[in-house]
Write a protein that binds this ligand. Structure first.
Ligand code: 5GP
Length: 200
């Protein structure tokens, strides 16, 4: 698929080579909905489970949504070289354990990381062959509506997320491809073409 805005082709991958895809995008863009649908349509894809020092939210399961660990264990993993990348985000630490991703790729499975911008930049340096995809809202106004819409969040938190979102959107040119999430099924099809070369 050719990116409509830049005209750039996604980086080429030798036939049959499993690829690592990083999916980033601002808070409120709908990453979880789209990636859940990607996983439902293509169960062969390996989704990395990050470690984080953040507390679990209602409904989150340890080992499924994240591995919830304390700061001491997080620092031990960094020192032991066990992190593919890690970042501070909104007062907590998040990181990708290296080994499960390497094992999945070695076993021939395409792998997906859903991480924020600082982490995406580290993956770019550590694994230049990785493909970086940014999920975008149809417009800035839609993102603002999604983040403020329910009115349940503290206005200061919404403002902080919008400021981070602005920074993330400004990094679009660093990514190999962009997918606009105007419709979950259409965005899923586009992402699947990038990750496994077909819509499934
Ligand atoms: P949340 O706390 O809402 O689950 O995630 C906050 C942000 O952290 C999201 O942008 C998410 O993509 C990012 N994130 C989740 N796991 C990782 C990770 O392992 N590394 C990095 N760098 N960011 C992550």
């Amino acid at each position: 698929m050719i990116d409509a805005k830049t005209g750039a082709e996604p980086r080429t991958v030798r036939q049959g080579e499993p690829r690592l895809t990083v999916v980033s995008g601002p808070s409120g863009v709908g990453k979880s909905s789209v990636l859940n649908e990607v996983g439902r349509r293509a169960p062969e894809i390996y989704f990395s489970v990050s470690v984080t020092t953040r507390a679990p939210r209602a409904g989150e399961i340890n080992g499924v949504h994240y591995h919830f660990i304390d700061t001491a264990e997080f620092e031990r993993m960094i020192a032991a070289g066990e992190m593919l990348e890690y970042a501070h985000y909104a007062g907590n630490l998040y990181g990708t354990p290296r080994k499960p991703v390497e094992d999945a790729l070695a076993a021939g499975r395409p792998a997906v990381l859903e991480i924020e911008l600082q982490g995406a930049r580290q993956v770019r340096r550590a694994m230049p062959e990785a493909q970086l995809v940014m999920l975008l809202p149809p417009s800035w106004e839609v993102l603002v509506d999604r983040l403020t819409g329910r009115g349940t969040e503290d206005p200061e938190i919404v403002q902080a997320r919008l400021a981070t979102a602005r920074e993330e959107l400004a990094a679009e040119a660093e990514f190999d491809a962009t997918v606009i999430n105007a419709d979950v099924q259409a965005a899923t099809s586009e992402l699947l073409r990038l990750i496994i070369g077909r819509e499934q």
